[in-house]
Design a protein around this ligand. Structure first.
Ligand code: C2E
Ligand code: CA
Ligand code: CA
Ligand code: CA
Length: 277
């Protein structure tokens, strides 16, 4: 029995080792990717279905890996966070996104806003507010068009620091939205403590939108948002049924595959242009 146990330990540590080696390799690659500008952004439109217009877009990171296919955030964001590389990567994302939004505004789409995801690690950086300020100055984007998306789980740790950082960002004129709203298992009390502007309703709440209790939840979230004077947008809209049902529940800003998948800047730009003409 003892021998057996020993072997198990050996096997365990071997696979742990392999995993560590692989992580190490990916981490090195992430470093290089930053230097070689292999990170790009895809943009997913946000639609106001009342006017059928594009009101903004969310920037979503992709990695153009030299030898593999396009890599998605699920493949590398966790490691980027653990290694701290998310800080310079997130900075790059912010620069690209603000610059792109400004470019499109200058082409005549003057009211477009840009949503950028902010990692918890970034939110803990003491120089976050200053670096956001610099990016806005550098790109010339008016702060109110930048919307930083944070998740509820942020509210559960280091609350004082988080509030201070968010207040600093809001003082710049930037907007804050709560991503994946309703999935964070957190108490709602942060809603009155945090300076926020918009709730993004998670797609898990709209999968069976004609279901009575599901639509009750959505209209309650909308009511909550209205009472708190917050904007609200639904994510992950995939079906025509959702598109026609949600406005009756008070929700007319939508994002999801039904309208468009996230796409490269070139493609997004030509869709914007075709809408203007
Ligand atoms: P998220 O912020 O909740 O972004 C929405 C995700 O849902 C995106 O996946 C998007 O492609 C996908 N999506 C959009 N519409 C639909 C739909 O109708 N149906 C379904 N099933 N999915 C839809 P993506 O691009 O793979 O991003 C995954 C997550 O990675 C994001 O979730 C966000 O948390 C994170 N992420 C993306 N870009 C960044 C970034 O620049 N920085 C950081 N820190 N995180 C990022
Ligand atoms: Ca998001
Ligand atoms: Ca989300
Ligand atoms: Ca998410």
């Amino acid at each position: 029995v003892k021998e057996h146990g020993k072997n198990n330990v050996k096997m365990y540590s071997k696979s742990m080792n392999e995993e560590a080696v692989q992580r190490r390799r990916l981490e090195n690659e992430l470093h290089k990717a930053l230097q070689l500008d292999e990170f790009i952004l895809h943009y997913q439109p946000q639609i106001d279905v009342k006017t059928n217009s594009i009101i903004g877009m969310e920037a979503l990171i992709r990695w153009e890996h030299p030898t593999r296919n396009l890599l998605y955030p699920n493949d590398f964001i966790a490691l980027a966070e653990e290694s701290g590389l998310i800080v310079p990567i997130g900075q790059k994302v912010l620069e690209l996104a603000c610059k792109q939004c400004k470019d499109w505004q200058e082409m005549g789409h003057t009211d477009l806003r840009i949503g950028v995801n902010l990692s918890q690690i970034q939110l803990r950086q003491p120089d976050l507010v200053e670096s956001v300020r610099r990016v806005l100055e550098m790109t010339g984007l008016e702060p109110s068009f930048l919307e930083l998306e944070i998740t509820e789980s942020i509210a559960m740790h280091n609350t004082d620091l988080v509030i201070e950082q968010l207040n600093g960002l809001v003082a710049l004129g930037v907007q804050i939205s709560i991503d994946d709203f309703g999935t964070g298992f957190s108490s709602l009390s942060y809603l009155s403590k945090f300076p926020i502007h918009r709730l993004k309703i998670d797609r898990s709440f709209i999968t069976n939108i004609t279901n009575k209790s599901e639509s009750a939840i959505v209209s309650s979230i909308v009511g909550l948002a209205q009472n708190l004077n917050l904007g609200v947008i639904v994510e992950g809209v995939e079906t025509e049924l959702q598109r026609i049902t949600l406005p009756a529940l008070g929700c007319h800003e939508m994002q999801g595959y039904l309208f468009s998948r996230p796409m490269p800047a070139i493609q997004f730009g030509s869709i914007l242009e075709s809408r203007i003409g």
